[in-house]
Design a protein. Structure first.
Length: 612
């Protein structure tokens, strides 16, 4: 024989002793009649919970992993006296609980697996934290003392009610081959769960095929799931895998949602939605707090949407510590009325003549997230802005600074190209707008002009404006910069030209003989602004027969205008009025009046604005 060193012989003896102890414990657990302790356990739980607790059989096993499994048969647990139903808390043919050995002496014990067979369970969680499944400390409202990781159910129903979020749902577990299957079952989809309930007053129901074992929390292990849920005429179909149903730590699934009206989603989302039929298909992937939506194809009303989105909410994984949203969205045809997603309706703002929103920008929300978004809508329809024809832009939000660049808006047959910057780091927030308008058709921008006999040539405009404030109205109201508009060519109704020139004789003649169009040589409007107060640099309309020049002010704070127009007839008529026209009042709806007190034009005034 080979003699082993004394140190090795000592360790070998200790190992044999440890194995002997483990085997002795396992043998004791196997042969010990745990039903001797059952009456004591029943009395203990009944006294602590002040409810009837009955257990028909008690057994404890020690598996190969040395994790103890407590198995109970013919279980009856009376419900809490405050529960909303007289049904028992639990009735089960069999219930088993496998514990993580190393946590048995911890403050929170981990149950690695729960198995229920032929069971009916009724769970209720009140808004104040009271839970009917707590037996040893029924009035305890703090964090759970036990944490379940996985669950397996056979011929079992579970009802869960949580009035604090207006949720009440019941699920029934059965073998997949029984009853009408959701889809053709396979070996990985051996269990069928039928469920129905209410959330915020909206009824829903559905069915899924899945595996026997479901992960609950903190496992990271996925299981297959295929099924659907309906609410009214809205239906959601899903096919993929999920992990940890209480936290949804991982998702990889194809989703389809469709319904006759987005309004049916309103109980489930905190938004006001348009009443439009819709459908959407996408692949959703989630890992912890990070989401990816791929292969998005959606139709809302007449609007189509395609693209990809991602949201990284894992602050620890971001250098900035802020969530990150990325989105690339495309649409061949979009109607803003279809996309009517707005916040909760606010009270009607005083001053209906206001053009610019006075609601707060929400600077803190802007600073709480980073984003990169690209949008390209090739055809765009908006009832509020009928001249808007398309939109294309990229937006970057980084540490409270939003840069929208480049912007390309299809407007009135032309384009508005430029950039917008919003800096929410400053208090109050500051903004700068720089837009060039090219090739605009004025009659498309202002349709009422066409009905009055105006058709335009090429209109160009430029806006350079910066300001500070906590709302769009405040920023514009403190704006400094300039606005200008120029038009070369175009046509105007001869009757309208006579009205602008205050030529009463020509107006009468044209009314009798008929109107015709005449050429517009040029038109120009330009204002310079300082802290929201604008002074005209140029106001001009020059036609074949009339030249109108003007001057005045524009107040962006009050959103008012005060401009004096001085018409000069190139061929004065017998019944021409020698008067100026005052345009004043709200920008949205100014009022035109004759101003007979205006000083007549003299030769010294003839420093004309020149056509471009």
């Amino acid at each position: 024989m080979i003699a082993l060193p004394s140190g090795i012989r000592s360790r070998f003896r200790k190992t044999k002793i440890l194995l002997g102890v483990v085997l002795a414990v396992a043998l004791t657990l196997a042969v010990f009649d745990w039903n001797w302790l059952r009456p004591s356990l029943e009395r203990h739980l009944s006294e602590k919970s002040q409810r009837a607790v009955k257990i028909g059989d008690l057994e404890v096993e020690l598996g190969f992993s040395f994790e103890p499994t407590v198995r109970l048969r013919r279980v009856y647990l009376e419900n809490a006296p405050w529960a909303d139903t007289k049904r028992p808390l639990a009735v089960a043919g069999e219930a088993s609980f496998t514990f993580a050995l190393k946590t048995l002496w911890d403050e929170q014990r981990v149950v690695t697996k729960v198995v229920l067979k032929d069971a009916e369970v009724d769970l209720e969680w009140l808004p104040d934290g009271l839970r009917n499944w707590r037996l040893r400390e029924p009035d305890y409202r703090g964090p759970g003392k036990y944490k379940a990781l996985t669950v397996e159910m056979h011929r079992t129903s579970i009802r869960f009610a949580r009035p604090g979020i207006a949720l009440d749902v019941i699920g029934i577990w059965n073998p997949a081959e029984s009853g009408e299957a959701v889809a053709q079952p396979d070996s990985n989809l051996s269990t069928r769960i039928d469920f129905d309930g209410k959330y915020r007053g909206a009824a829903f129901a559905g069915a899924v095929l899945t595996s026997d074992l479901l992960t609950i929390q903190e496992t990271g292990r996925s299981f297959p799931l295929r099924g659907h849920v309906t609410s009214g005429k809205t239906r959601v179909d899903a096919d993929g895998t999920v992990a940890d149903v209480l936290r949804l730590s991982a998702i990889d699934a194809k989703l389809r949602i469709a319904g006759p009206s987005l309004l049916e989603l309103q109980p489930f989302v905190d938004l006001h939605l348009a009443s439009r039929p819709y459908r959407a298909d996408a692949r959703l992937r989630k890992k912890d707090d990070n989401y990816v939506v791929e292969q998005l194809q959606a139709k809302i009303g007449a609007t189509d949407i395609a693209g990809e989105l991602s949201y990284r909410g894992d602050r620890d994984g971001n250098e900035s510590g802020r969530p990150m949203l990325r989105a690339t969205l495309r649409s061949e045809s979009a109607d803003l009325a279809d996309l009517g997603v707005v916040g909760r309706p606010a009270a009607k703002e005083a001053g209906s003549e206001r053009m610019f929103p006075r609601s707060a920008l929400g600077a803190e929300r802007i600073k709480s997230i980073d984003a990169h978004v690209t949008v390209n809508a090739r055809k765009l329809k908006s009832a509020a802005m009928p001249a808007l024809e398309s939109v294309k832009f990229s937006a970057d939000l980084d540490d409270g600074i939003l840069n929208v660049k480049p912007i390309d808006l299809g407007v009135g047959g032309g384009h508005a190209i430029g950039a917008i910057t919003l800096d929410a780091q400053r208090e109050p927030a500051s903004s700068r707008v720089a837009l060039d308008f090219r090739g605009i058709r004025l009659e498309q921008l202002l349709p009422t002009l066409e009905s009055n006999g105006v058709s335009s040539g090429s209109v160009s405009a430029n806006v350079q404006l910066s300001g500070r404030g906590n709302s769009i109205a405040a920023i514009v109201g403190n704006g400094t910069g300039s606005m200008s508009l120029n038009m070369v060519g175009g046509r105007i109704s001869n009757l309208l030209d006579a009205k602008l020139g205050l030529n009463l004789g020509k107006m009468l003649r044209l009314t009798i003989s008929g109107d015709r169009a005449i050429d517009v040589h040029c038109a120009a409007i330009a204002f310079d602004f300082n802290n929201g107060l604008g002074k005209s640099r140029a106001i001009l309309l020059d036609t074949e027969q009339t030249r109108i020049e003007g001057n005045g002010t524009m107040n962006l704070r009050d959103e008012t205008l005060d401009v004096l127009l001085d018409p000069t007839q190139k061929k004065p008529g017998l019944f021409s009025l020698h008067s100026a026209i005052r345009v004043q009042g709200p920008l949205k709806h100014p009022v035109f009046t004759l101003d007979k007190n205006a000083r007549p034009r003299t030769a010294a005034d003839e420093k004309h604005v020149q056509c471009p």
